[in-house]
Design a protein around this ligand. Structure first.
Ligand SMILES: NC(=O)c1ccc[n+]([C@@H]2O[C@H](COP(=O)([O-])OP(=O)(O)OC[C@H]3O[C@@H](n4cnc5c(N)ncnc54)[C@H](OP(=O)(O)O)[C@@H]3O)[C@@H](O)[C@H]2O)c1
Length: 305
């Protein structure tokens, strides 16, 4: 199954690669990451999502290596505007024209390609001038360095502002059974404007697979600890209760969580992070079935309790 927006063909599942490179997410094996990419392509995944900030460019480098001879099989999505703070911990938002022009060259080099299919603003920069950002991306499109423009983590108002200056085709946002903020404006906007949602974090970073029976401890610097807020204390206990009830529906939890997102309005593709081929293959089984209307209602009931 796939969906075309502006000539880009999005498979229902996009391979997410935040974990690749492993510096921020409990380590990762580069050889296995390459195997994951090859297995994904062999099994019909047509889109890969990455960003220069993932493991300081390592995620893009691994993808560039893995796509040798296979580049034309993939809609390659990367991002700009979020960089590591060179002076200390944390990140810096920067969507200045010169920064975007600089970042795109770095991504092209690491990805070993001369074009990026979908170039996304990773997150809003509080100081951004939307017109300048979009004109810069339009220029990259005219130069053939990118094929289409997307935004990520933008509010509906910010997306509308960007649409005044450019043909933005996707909104990449967190969307899972546990996080439905996208429904507060993005879903309707995307449908009105014939855009698509690329839904990230469908497994809430792994917790929705049900693999943690007890509260895990990843250590302070691990992304899961600060990005997905479901791993500690009361939040974790609440998720465990939800999972116990969802298990009653009789589906593997990872498939249920992916299909729930996949079946929501406006979703063009669900970006699923896979550390191993085994995880990828388990997740792809979700594409063989769908949740019924009754099951979707039951899930709503469980998560809204
Ligand atoms: N635009 C943005 O701001 C933004 C933010 C976050 C993510 N993203 C993108 O969206 C992608 C997906 O999000 P995500 O990777 O953060 O979270 P996710 O897809 O919700 O969870 C991915 C993690 O779940 C675990 N997992 C996956 N399949 C599994 C299975 N079958 N059984 C057991 N565990 C499984 C793995 O955890 P382990 O590592 O524990 O093995 C994997 O790293 C990212 O990779 C990235 O491309 C974008």
């Amino acid at each position: 199954m796939s969906l075309s927006i502006s000539d880009l063909n999005f498979s229902s599942i996009t391979l997410g690669t935040w974990v690749f490179g492993g510096t921020s997410w409990g380590g990762a094996d580069d050889t296995e990451c390459v195997r994951v990419i090859h297995a994904a392509i062999d099994q019909g995944v047509s889109c890969i999502d990455t960003a220069p900030i993932y493991s300081h460019g390592e995620s893009e480098r691994i993808i560039g290596k893995a796509l040798a001879g296979k580049r034309d099989k993939i809609v390659l999505a990367t991002k700009c505007g979020l960089i590591r703070n060179p002076d200390g911990p944390g990140v810096v938002h920067n969507l200045n024209r010169s920064e975007i022009l600089n970042q795109v060259e770095g991504s092209l080099r690491r990805l070993k390609t001369d074009y990026i299919d979908l170039y996304q603003c990773h997150a809003p920069d509080p100081d951004m001038n939307s017109e300048e950002v979009m004109q810069t991306l339009n220029q990259l499109k005219d130069e053939g360095k990118i094929r289409a423009i997307g935004v990520s983590n933008f509010s509906p108002k910010q997306v509308e502002e960007c649409l005044r200056y450019a043909d933005v085709i996707t909104c990449q946002d967190q969307y899972s059974l546990l996080d439905r903020r996208v429904e507060e404006g993005i879903t309707d906007l995307v449908r009105q404007k014939n855009m698509g949602i690329l839904a990230y974090g469908p497994l809430a970073g792994g917790v929705l697979t049900g693999k943690y029976k007890d509260e895990p401890d990843f250590g302070g610097a691990d992304c899961r600890t600060f990005f997905y807020q479901y791993y500690k204390g009361d939040a974790f206990q609440k998720v465990r209760q939800i999972l116990d009830e969802l298990e009653g529906l009789g589906h593997p939890l990872c498939e249920l969580a992916i299909n729930w997102v996949r079946q929501q309005k406006g979703v063009a593709s669900v970006i699923v992070g896979c550390r191993t081929v085994e995880q990828l293959e388990k997740n792809l089984v979700a594409l063989r079935w769908e949740l019924s209307t009754q099951e979707l209602e039951k899930i709503d009931e469980i998560i809204n309790k």
